[in-house]
Design a protein around this ligand. Structure first.
Ligand code: TA6
Length: 276
């Protein structure tokens, strides 16, 4: 059920299983696609995505690490533009697992001066499970943030409804103002928000595709929701002008300063996604 192929500049693991089809790029440790039997892909991929292996791929599940956002360069860290190694795979009747690893190199230490070991574990059946385990292999403590920056596919963003967001958010499009919310969000303009009290389980209603996606997160301190809308997409070389109408980023994120790992300690950040 598992094969390797190459697309432009990236190596891709393809999974063809009776329960689902999926693809992962070793560049970025990036989940590109997940399609359970009987459903359209749950994961959005830009029609203009760059697969040269030179810049992060627009769509799928970029792994933002060891930081979230633009706090340092490169934006969202270097894991999403590093080549991960295939550690193991397990092809079973009921499910398939794939494990990738990324550890520090002289190049990574020039960007971020610490030793680390990351393990990215994927489990595919009717649902998709992704778990990033980050371990401090240095002799000093280090601080990390990051995100599983999932691009969910929707039939029509204008009809979509996301719930389970908790009661407040920081608005990235309004000077990081902290604002109250009833935990439900519908879309008619750009959004870039950090929901610091999101529930572990969120639902994305998608009437245009007659489905609802369920996302269950763990190890996060927030859920990030992003759609660049028409104006934002216009400024992005790797998104088509109408790409924003069929995507919504809903991210299992460590966006705050909460995680400090001592030598030998690990942190698990995960997301599970399924269609109902
Ligand atoms: O997670 C939301 C966000 O940080 C937005 O602010 C937006 O910039 C988006 O991610 C995409 O970032 P990227 O570096 O992939 O263009």
């Amino acid at each position: 059920h598992i094969s390797l192929c190459r697309l432009d500049g990236v190596d891709i693991i393809r999974i063809l299983h009776p329960e689902c089809q999926a693809a992962i790029s070793l560049f970025g440790g990036h989940l590109l696609s997940f399609q359970p039997q009987g459903h359209k892909d749950l994961i959005w991929m830009s029609e203009a995505a760059d697969f040269s292996g030179k810049s992060p791929i627009r769509g799928g599940i970029p792994v933002c690490w060891p930081w979230f956002g633009k706090v340092a360069s490169p934006s969202h860290g270097f894991a999403r533009s590093s080549v991960w190694e295939l550690e193991s795979f397990n092809d079973q009747k009921s499910h398939v697992t794939v494990t990738l690893t990324l550890h520090d190199t002289p190049k990574s230490r020039a960007i971020w001066p610490y030793r680390f070991h990351n393990r990215l574990h994927f489990e595919f059946d009717k649902t998709l499970k992704v778990q990033l385990t980050s371990t401090n292999t240095d002799q000093r403590p280090w601080h990390m943030s990051g995100a599983l920056h999932t691009y969910l596919a929707v039939g029509d963003i204008m009809q979509a409804k996301l719930s389970g967001l908790g009661n407040e958010y920081l608005d990235g499009l309004a000077d990081q103002q902290r604002l109250p919310t009833n935990g439900v969000l519908q879309f008619d303009d750009a959004v870039d928000r950090v929901y610091s009290r999101a529930e572990d389980t969120m639902y994305l209603e998608d009437p245009a595709l007659f489905r609802r996606l369920r996302m269950h997160n763990h190890g996060h301190d927030s859920a990030v929701v992003w759609n660049p809308w028409q104006s934002g997409a216009a400024g992005m070389a790797d998104m088509t002008p109408d790409g924003y109408t069929t995507m919504l980023c809903v991210e299992s994120a460590v966006a705050g300063q909460s995680i400090v790992l001592k030598p030998g300690q690990s942190h698990h950040l995960s997301t599970e996604i399924g269609a109902e």
